[in-house]
Design a protein around this ligand. Structure first.
Ligand code: SF4
Length: 335
């Protein structure tokens, strides 16, 4: 199966590759379960019927994703999203609210709002804060999580909504690098000072909050000093989780043409270093909640009697139980 931005851009090319029996663009993620099921009975690549949605089997109904926005008007030098998804568009609030209501009626306990830049959500005079207010007021969604925000989208006004504990204390703030010269070459719209201010604002307003992030290592021209600076900044931010990506050039992007591309051996060493830092940071975050009672959404059985679930602040937890915990939200004392 091929999916993601590239699948959306090069569907024909991918369907000709041996072994690829399903091509689903990044805009088709919500149909994936049905597409996989269909593909297992077909030899040709399949595409979804637009505008229809097949509910997941009940066992999968725990956490679900509702897209609220697409596109990007502020290209970063490494990213292909603006090329494949075009200008920013936001879905009408009424459609989103209806969709959240549908998912809740189907039994989902947690809804994650997704988009390429949900912080720029804007439709008919309603911004992200307005959208969240309406979802909280007009649906009974037990848990609402946001996918990714940028530092300049964080404001006291927005954070005031987290007084409603249905909003998960979890912010994914994509950093990409902890070095200002690299951020400038990436054409990100913030520097580390602004990023740190946003993190402080969140931590001062939302108790027990998890800040998670993405980091690219081995960006073209990244010196040893810049990489070390990035590591030091990540350590200081005490992230609950870091997704580490070695830089991978995307054709037609500015970064792909930049001089001083980093060799794969150096990228591997830096990736391993950052992954070790990420592991330590995540462990430290988890340990802060040892002995504390948190609400867990049990998602799946991973062994005979072993259940896996997540807290609102995105700590993955496991327990042993012969009872069916699937899709239950319950207070749990963490070990
Ligand atoms: S990384 Fe995000 S902000 Fe940058 S171009 Fe891609 S979608 Fe836009």
């Amino acid at each position: 199966m091929a999916t993601g931005c590239y699948a959306r851009r090069a569907r024909q090319e991918l369907t000709r590759i041996d072994g690829v029996n399903l091509v689903a663009g990044s805009n088709e993620n919500k149909h994936l379960l049905r597409l996989i099921s269909d593909a297992s009975h077909q030899e040709r690549p399949v595409a979804p019927d637009k505008g229809t949605r097949t509910p997941s089997p009940p066992a999968f109904r725990t956490r679900t994703f509702v897209k609220v926005q697409d596109g990007c008007d502020t290209p970063c030098s490494y990213c292909i999203v603006p090329l494949v998804r075009g200008r920013e568009t936001s879905l009408p609030a009424s459609e989103i609210i209806a969709e959240v209501g549908n998912r809740v009626a189907e039994g989902y306990q947690e809804v994650v709002l997704t988009g390429t830049k949900i912080g720029t959500y804007h439709n008919n005079g309603i911004d992200l804060k307005g959208l969240l207010e309406r979802i909280l007021a007009e649906t009974s969604v037990p848990r609402l999580r946001l996918s990714s925000l940028q530092p300049h989208e964080i404001s006291p006004d927005l954070l005031s909504l987290w007084a409603d504990d249905r909003l998960c204390p979890h912010f994914h703030l994509s950093l990409q690098s902890g070095s200002d010269p690299i951020l400038a070459r990436m054409r990100r719209r913030y520097d580390t000072t602004e990023y740190e201010q946003a993190v402080s604002l969140i931590r001062g307003s939302v108790p027990d909050v998890a800040i998670t992030t993405d980091i690219i290592v081995g960006f073209p021209g990244e010196t040893d000093e810049e990489f070390e600076e990035s590591c030091r900044f990540c350590q200081r931010m005490e992230f609950a989780r870091i997704h580490v990506f070695p830089f991978s050039a995307r054709s037609c992007t500015e970064a792909a043409q930049m001089p001083d591309q980093i060799d794969s051996r150096t990228k591997k060493i830096r990736t391993d270093t950052m992954l070790a830092l990420a592991e330590e940071s995540a462990r430290n975050f988890r340990q802060r909640f040892s002995g504390k009672t948190m609400t867990v959404l049990w998602e799946q059985r991973t062994g005979d009697y072993i259940w896996s679930g997540v807290t609102g602040n995105y700590i993955r937890v496991f327990t042993e139980s012969k009872e069916d915990l699937n899709n239950q939200l319950m207070p749990v004392k963490l070990a």
